[in-house]
Write a protein that binds this ligand. Sequence first.
Ligand code: SAH
Length: 220
Amino acid sequence: MNIAEKKYKRLREDMVENQIRSRGITDPAVLNAMLIVPRHLFVIEAMMDQAYMDYPLPIGEQQTISQPFIVAEMTQALQLRKEDRVLEIGTGSGYQAAVLSEIVSRVYTIERKHSLFVRTRKLFDDLKYFNIVTRFKDGTTGWKEEAPFDAVIVTAGAPDIPLTLADQLALGGRMVIPVGDQHTQDLIRITRTSGGFQKENLGRCRFVKLIGEQGWNDEV
Ligand code: SAH
């Protein structure tokens, strides 16, 4: 390990201790994944030294990589097991998908901005994340061919729960999604049961817009 890598490993350990564990995240798989994934390689180069700070960062195209704590909170809320197949809507920087890929067998992730899709696809190849499958499309209608999923995570804020996505959950499957207006949302978890869906509110959050057929209308 070279000097820079050692420095980032220290910053990563501090992040997990001071921002994640100390705020009540207890799932060992989540803590372990966040100790492993090199978050500094998922941010734009000029911001590498801020990668482990307690806030989101711009990644281009007016999008952001989420604050480390919200990544941990959403990942823990998915209640993952190793054999799970997970769908993410909003690949963005790829950081959330990489964290998921350290925990479960396979991650499917969809992005609607072409430049982000291409950049992050290459990053997954370079970093050898072979269990992440990517796709360029509007994710609000999910990934029919690969459904059902054990877990679905939406990393952009939706006006309502996209029904086509909810329908792609397996029995017992969990979906975590920010739902609200374009400024702040409630983090909602729905769980598919034999009787339908169980819904829980996990608290306030703030995400960029989920844009698409079952999200907000496109800008311009
Ligand atoms: N999970 C990302 C967060 C990126 S921000 C990370 O770890 O960095 C949210 C992302 O969702 C943006 O890249 C945005 O382009 C994307 N997005 C918004 N609406 C979408 C949709 N309908 N389908 C797929 N991606 C979408």
